[in-house]
Design a protein around this ligand. Structure first.
Ligand code: CLF
Ligand code: SF4
Length: 503
């Protein structure tokens, strides 16, 4: 059976070598033109593979906003790019630049600085652009990135390009003003507050114009959309189609988070967010039209570190204000670290390619058997693209779908941490049950270690715990486990009836 290897981000065939059995590496970015490859290779949001290896940080320099979204409470960060319900300390551009240089020196794998709030960065153009201006001079090895609602975008596109901004995110929740009127109660435009359908119409016009201008200037554009069940769920497929036609690179559909305690309109009105299944179904249905981002962590406007972790507390103003950073020296160290990461990624790709080839040869040997069914596997990792986390320490699991065709990244499942490290596993049963619910549909969990109690409960729930692939590259391990399952004949049968509810 021929084996094709699909990109996790792009869903596009890229691994011709594995397919033809030559045994060379699989490179998920290989189908991209060299110029774009260079732009996304170490951007943790624009490349799913990069997020295993590189970190980003945000600086909260932009407090004001020029629109109102029904999922936002102004007391908190901009929910277009952040989890609602967290507050970031606003920095001046000078403070922000100092913080970025301190983080870059301490976390060399931090490659991208984003401005994503706590309001709209482009509703605060002076503060945002001054931060970018200083950084493009003082820290030229850091990529600059901005996320906006798009209302003020056309007016500042040329200024952004002047500061070498190569990545822009526009939050586009709709391309139909009737849908927009249910999401945006008002915008502030030309010194006036405009409400209702007309407000949505202007916002959409500005977003689309900004998108076209950026694409024309060679800037990579990611589109974020908030999935709001019953409001724009069906409509987002049309959004995907339109933004792809205009040249957007990636579409990130994020779940609405609406809780009454956040004080947002949707939260108070009881508007629900989507289920995991609804989100995944929408990702899959849009994926035919364009590349989907599935690894977003809805990070806060002052997030620091790998996606999914937050090291902001290590870099508060009182800790960095007296630091004297030799950035030239830091850049040398950063370049060394980046070279080591790239060497590691190349080795991982080669090994994964070889494992795929071995799976392909297995398929050829047993052509008369029915094709084994796909399997969802959850992985505990702290980064680096390897399985290196104790089950009980995992706050989130990366979910992969393995099949005889490919290994596909499906999404992130966040769970409550139930083991604090100083308690014996099994004490917090309710939390373990939440974990089991978060892993619904997965048949295997890959982690570095796991305690006896969760092991038994996972087995009882029909999920096989697996600690045999500790420190191995994720896709290689997922492929190897899938191969074992296929060889044993377990995948010729339908998924066993889940026993989760009794666990
Ligand atoms: Fe920040 Fe956004 Fe740039 Fe990334 S985050 S401004 S593109 S550097 Fe990334 Fe965070 Fe998701 Fe944003 S995981 S919320 S998509
Ligand atoms: Fe809030 Fe961001 Fe919407 Fe402004 S654009 S209202 S800060 S979610």
């Amino acid at each position: 059976m021929a084996l094709k290897v699909l990109s996790h981000d792009e869903g596009a065939p890229v691994g011709g070598c594995a397919a033809s059995g030559c045994g060379s590496s699989t490179d998920r970015l290989a189908h991209l033109p060299e110029a774009i490859r260079a732009k996304v290779n170490n951007h943790p949001c624009f490349s799913e593979d990069a997020h295993h290896h590189y970190a980003r940080m945000h600086v909260a320099v932009a407090p004001a906003c020029n629109i109102q979204c029904h999922y936002c409470n102004r007391k908190y960060d901009c929910s277009n790019e952040s989890r609602p319900g967290v507050v970031s300390e606003v920095l001046t551009p000078d403070q922000a630049v100092k913080k970025v240089m301190a983080v870059a020196a301490a976390i060399p794998q931090m490659t991208v600085l984003g401005i994503a709030g706590p309001g709209d960065p482009l509703a605060n153009p002076a503060r945002t652009l001054e931060t970018f201006r200083q950084l493009s001079e003082k820290a030229p090895d850091i990529k600059l990135c901005v996320s906006t609602n798009g209302l003020a975008l056309p007016a500042v596109v040329d200024e952004l390009c002047k500061h070498n901004i190569e990545h822009v995110t526009i939050t586009i929740n709709c391309v139909d003003p009737d849908v927009g009127a249910k999401i945006y109660p008002w915008i502030f435009w030309n010194n006036r507050r405009i409400k209702g359908r007309r407000a949505a119409e202007i916002l959409i016009e500005q977003q689309q114009k900004g998108l076209e201008m950026l694409v024309a200037r060679g800037v990579l554009v990611k589109v974020n959309s908030v999935l709001i069940p019953g409001v724009n769920d069906e409509h987002l497929k049309e959004v995907s189609r339109v933004v792809k036609a205009k040249g957007a690179f990636l579409h990130n559909v994020m779940p609405l988070i609406a809780e009454a305690e956040h004080g947002t309109f949707y939260g108070i009105m009881g508007q629900r967010g989507p289920t995991t299944e609804e989100l995944q179904a929408l990702h899959d249905s849009c994926a035919g039209d364009m590349a989907m981002m599935r690894h977003c962590r809805q990070c806060r406007a002052d997030a620091v570190g790998m996606l999914g972790e937050d090291r902001g507390h290590e870099f508060t103003l009182d800790k960095i204000e007296h630091l004297d950073i030799d950035y030239a020296e830091a850049m040398v160290r950063r370049a060394e670290v980046h070279s080591a990461i790239e060497a590691n990624r190349t080795a991982q790709r080669r090994r994964t390619g070889e494992t795929f080839v071995s799976l392909a040869s297995l398929q050829r040997k047993i052509p008369v058997k029915p094709e084994p069914r796909p399997v969802l596997m959850a992985v505990a990792t702290t980064g680096g693209g390897v399985i290196d986390q104790h089950f009980g320490h995992a706050r989130e699991f990366l979910v992969y779908e393995a099949s005889s065709q490919d290994v596909r990244f499906i999404g992130v499942r966040k769970v409550d941490q139930y083991c604090a490290g100083d308690t014996t596993c099994g004490e917090a049963e309710t939390a373990l049950h939440k974990t089991l619910r978060a892993l619904d549909g997965c048949e295997v969990v890959l982690c570095s270690r796991i305690g006896y109690e969760p092991w038994s409960q996972l087995e009882a729930a029909g999920i096989a715990p697996n600690g045999e692939h500790a420190l191995e590259p994720i896709e290689e391990a997922v492929t190897a486990v899938y191969r074992e399952m296929a060889e044993s004949g377990r995948l010729d049968r339908p998924i066993p009836e889940p026993q989760r509810m009794s666990a």
